[in-house]
Write a protein that binds this ligand. Structure first.
Ligand code: AMP
Ligand code: MG
Length: 403
């Protein structure tokens, strides 16, 4: 049986980024740029003032006990422009961002001047180039401003807007079909009768997909018979990926594997040495991934987080697909089976960068509430069968990352 790390890597090895689409920059936050984007011109476009003040010739402003007095000739507001040169003995009033007029080679901030009757007196020393933002000092013409693989944050969006990139090439968001299986399930909104439960996995997986920017496509419920599985799975295989839940263990109504193979889907593995989530399967329909997750809602969520999410992030072109762990001190001992990776639902606290983790409650996979209380999954490595209280463990933060 594959270890957790082997299973995760095996899946990633079978995944390639999806195609590229061009979308509005305004909608592109959080998406991954698919091509290097170059600056179509230098920035700033021209030398301009970094301050409200006066554009001067610095040679006019040699230090002198009474200051330097210059005649004000010209006014350049933001958006304005002055073609005439600043002549010796004169200064032009200028606002932040306005182009430096010819002849001027320094800006004196208004706070360092006094103005009277059309003259300005400058009190301090003025150096060549003071408070000038020089042409191309930020970005050179042709420079790569956003390399392929960059996740667009507000800073990148702003930079691209400043260069008039209104449509940008990003990796496509996958459409992911979600199929729940089981005769006991009714859809959310339906009152369950005796022996029935509400299908919560489809909603939980849909929410998890939306969180990372993938598009969920809910197929509903396949009943525990071949015809129903075939019908729903045939539909699901048209999407970019298919995620099924339940029906992958050893029960005599567990049909997922059989039907997938019947539909030509090639199995890669059918079990992983993890708890919860051992009956997790990965298969391929041509190049398209098919993830079959166990049906127990806690197992579905944890296997999605640990095995499916990295694969989908890779499909969407994200450069880092495996979430970094934090090291946390486990506050109570944990027993586990040797050889099997154990995911423990924990509450993590962060005291100035020192993390501690404590069990979020009953770790039985039937207890969904523990998942609600948890803000981390402690990853207890395969080998030891016992982690003592006070030992350091790796934790994936889940949910609110601002702890
Ligand atoms: P199975 O793998 O089909 O034996 O399902 C394992 C357990 O998960 C059973 O208790 C199922 O009732 C439960 N289960 C399966 N699918 C869902 C679902 N979509 N929502 C909630 N519970 C489910
Ligand atoms: Mg079932």
């Amino acid at each position: 049986m594959l270890s957790f790390e082997q299973a995760r890597q095996t899946i990633l090895d079978h995944i390639a980024p999806l195609g590229i689409e061009r979308i509005s920059l305004l909608e592109a936050g959080g998406r991954v740029i698919a091509k290097d984007l170059l600056a179509p011109w230098g920035m700033p476009v021209w030398d301009n003032s970094a301050m409200d003040g006066f554009a001067v010739r610095h040679a006019d402003c040699a230090i002198n006990a009474d200051g330097t007095t210059l005649r004000i000739e010209g006014y350049i507001p933001a958006g304005g422009c002055m073609e005439a040169a600043v002549a010796p003995g004169t200064a032009a009033k200028i606002m932040t961002g306005a182009p430096i007029p010819p002849g001027a080679d320094a800006i004196v901030p208004v706070e360092e001047t006094s103005e009277q009757n059309g003259y300005v007196t400058i009190n301090g020393a003025v150096k060549l180039g003071d408070h000038i933002r020089f042409q191309c000092e930020d970005v050179k013409n042709g420079e790569c401003i956003i390399p392929a693989g960059t996740v667009l944050r507000p800073a990148e969006i702003g930079m691209l807007a400043s260069f008039n990139y209104l449509i940008v090439p990003v990796y496509r968001r996958p459409r992911i079909a979600i199929l729940s299986t089981g005769d006991e399930l009714v859809e959310p909104g339906i009152q369950p009768a005796a022996g029935q439960i509400v299908n919560c996995n489809s909603f939980a997986v849909a929410a998890a997909l939306r969180e990372i920017g993938a598009q969920p496509l809910l197929l509903g419920i396949a009943r525990d018979n071949l015809a129903s599985h075939v019908e729903k799975m045939t539909e699901g295989l048209k999407a970019d990926a298919l995620i099924t839940s339940a029906g992958v263990s050893a029960g005599d109504r567990d049909l997922v594997r059989e039907v997938l193979e019947q539909l030509g889907v090639k199995p890669v593995f059918w079990k992983v040495d993890i708890k919860p989530g051992k009956p997790t399967a990965f298969a391929r329909n041509g190049d398209k991934p098919v993830f079959s997750l166990p049906g127990n809602p806690v197992s579905t969520m944890i296997t999605f987080e640990e095995l499916v999410k990295p694969a989908l992030l890779k499909m969407m072109g994200f450069p880092r697909v495996i979430k970094p762990t934090v090291k946390a001190t486990l506050l109570e001992e944990a027993k586990k089976r040797a050889g099997r990776t154990r995911f423990l639902r924990v509450i993590v606290t962060n005291d100035n960068g020192t993390y501690t983790a404590t069990s979020a409650g009953d770790q039985n996979t039937g207890i969904l509430k523990t998942m609600i209380h948890a803000n981390g999954l402690a990853i207890l490595p395969a080998e030891p069968d016992f982690i003592a209280a006070g030992e350091q463990v790796d934790v994936h933060l889940i949910g609110d990352q601002n702890i």
